[in-house]
Write a protein that binds this ligand. Structure first.
Ligand SMILES: Cc1cc2nc3c(=O)[nH]c(=O)nc-3n(C[C@H](O)[C@H](O)[C@H](O)COP(=O)(O)OP(=O)(O)OC[C@H]3O[C@@H](n4cnc5c(N)ncnc54)[C@H](O)[C@@H]3O)c2cc1C
Length: 439
């Protein structure tokens, strides 16, 4: 057994974890039982791409699943893949793209693991057409404390299947999973970009374009005020029909050290947002790119989270039901621009109505807004309470994978199935997040 310090992506709250790595599936049960006995509880940890405290074990001792990174079986006729849970999405793409298959659903990072993608039931730019990652999980093996490994699917151990998709690592350790991939003809994406002047335009563009394209997302300037509120750049894309099937292997940059203070601040944000908006032409422009910059622009810079300095940062991601989405998102943006605390990454995305098999899945038919803020105490004292009140009033909810502040009452109201998950939780698994929102 080897151990190293593990963190969440936002580095807030600061709860470094002692990571206990598992290299062989045959060792998993003994390692799990040993940690449960020695520390009272533990939590599976994938690759730490969750921002807040949902990937942090309550005991401070996490079971590091990432080294379980072997492929078990592939069927390139049907696009079905079985792999250990620590395999990353990038590793899956590296073998599936040359065979003409892509992930049916991918989040904005390819460094999430298979287990982490299931446990947060992640979503991507095609939620309106394909639902969440969980919609494409055929079965997986789940290991609970002092029990033999269980196979979970829609026809075997169905309750645990549903509870583990979006189950935040609390129902057991996923040791391997079988997923359905999506056929592609090339590894390129044909995209169309169009700059828009305000929030109403975003909703009009989304209504017009979402169902014509596999992928759809918008970046917005969250500091723009008045008539410019919600201005941004709308991006739709599809897998190109002609071209090569190539794995993108461009080299990555890296942020080598964590500066003492955040390099993202209001001095840098306002001109960045203005420039980014102006850089894009008002007419629709078409471009072809590799899949990598289209889906994973941030992955180009390794350790980019370090630019937020030693205090780290928080992401605020909520989803607002369709019927009140425009009004509530406008209110949220007003609250953010009044506070003067901008985000250089503000993403708007319409979610569709395909329901997930997962009990605690985040998306609902509506609009999701996600923003990153450098950590400071005024976030939790002033800005987030104001935003939370708008989300609550609108009947929306926050995303546990990104969260480090949600109140227990907001969580329990927004995720009424939490009690079912609690009933199925393995008592030796617990996270800082779960303790915070359920106790
Ligand atoms: C740049 C960036 C962009 C992102 N974009 C999106 C996006 O578009 N959509 C989206 O939905 N999310 C997005 N995310 C969030 C990220 O995809 C999720 O947090 C994902 O779950 C992280 O996976 P991980 O392997 O790093 O897991 P971790 O963060 O380490 O853990 C996540 C959860 O999975 C559980 N877990 C991990 N492994 C296992 C296992 N083997 N068995 C059981 N439980 C396990 C953990 O206990 C924890 O609860 C983004 C994150 C980043 C950094």
């Amino acid at each position: 057994m080897s151990s190293k310090k593990l963190y969440s992506w936002g580095r807030y709250p600061e709860r470094p974890q002692e990571g206990h790595a598992c290299y062989w599936r045959s060792d998993l049960s003994d390692l799990f039982n040993g940690l449960a006995v020695e520390y009272g509880s533990t939590l599976p940890y994938g690759n730490g791409r969750s921002y807040g405290d949902s990937c942090l074990s309550d005991s401070g001792h996490a079971l590091h699943m990432r080294p379980l990174n072997r492929f078990i079986k592939t069927d390139w006729e049907r696009g079905i893949l079985i792999a250990e849970a620590g395999v990353t999405l990038a590793e899956i793409l590296a073998i599936s793209i040359p065979q003409g298959w892509f992930l049916s659903v991918t989040p904005g990072t390819q460094f999430a693991t298979l287990g982490g993608a299931i446990a947060n039931d992640v979503h991507g730019k095609n939620h309106h057409l394909r639902g969440t990652f969980g919609n494409h999980v055929l079965r997986f093996a789940l290991l609970r404390h002092n029990e033999p490994e269980l196979i979970c699917s829609t026809s075997e151990n169905e309750e645990l299947y549903a509870a583990s998709i979006g189950g935040l690592g609390l129902t057991g350790l996923i040791s391997w999973a079988e997923i359905q991939l999506m056929p592609i003809r090339t590894s390129h994406i044909d995209s169309t970009l169009v700059r828009f002047g305000g929030l109403t335009d975003f909703f009009e563009l989304s209504t017009e374009l979402d169902h014509q394209h596999e992928y759809s997302v918008a970046w917005i300037d969250c500091l723009a005020k008045g008539a410019n509120t919600g201005r941004g750049v709308f991006i739709v894309g599809d897998h190109a029909k002609f071209g090569h099937l190539e794995v993108d292997q461009r080299s990555k940059l890296t942020i080598p050290v964590t500066p003492p203070v955040s390099l993202i601040n209001n001095v840098s944000l306002r001109p960045f947002n203005e420039l980014y908006w102006r850089m894009h032409p008002a007419q629709r422009t078409r471009q072809r790119s590799s899949y990598d910059p289209f889906f994973y622009p941030l992955d180009r810079i390794l350790h980019w989270n370090r630019i937020y300095g030693r205090k780290g940062f928080q992401q605020y991601q909520c989803v607002i039901p369709d019927h009140v989405a425009e009004a509530a998102v406008r209110e949220l943006l007003r609250g953010i621009s009044d506070s003067g605390q901008g985000s250089f990454l503000a993403v708007l995305k319409r979610c569709g109505d395909i329901s997930s098999p997962g009990l605690l899945s985040f998306p609902l038919p509506g609009t999701s807004l996600a923003l990153d803020f450098p950590q400071k105490s005024s976030l939790d004292r002033r800005l987030f309470p104001r935003l939370d009140a708008i989300v609550r009033e609108a009947g929306g909810r926050l995303y546990p994978a990104k969260d480090a502040h949600m109140s227990g009452s907001d969580f329990r109201k927004a995720y009424p199935a939490w009690e079912k998950l609690e009933a199925l939780r393995d008592p030796t698994l617990n996270s800082c997040f779960w303790k915070r929102v359920t106790k």
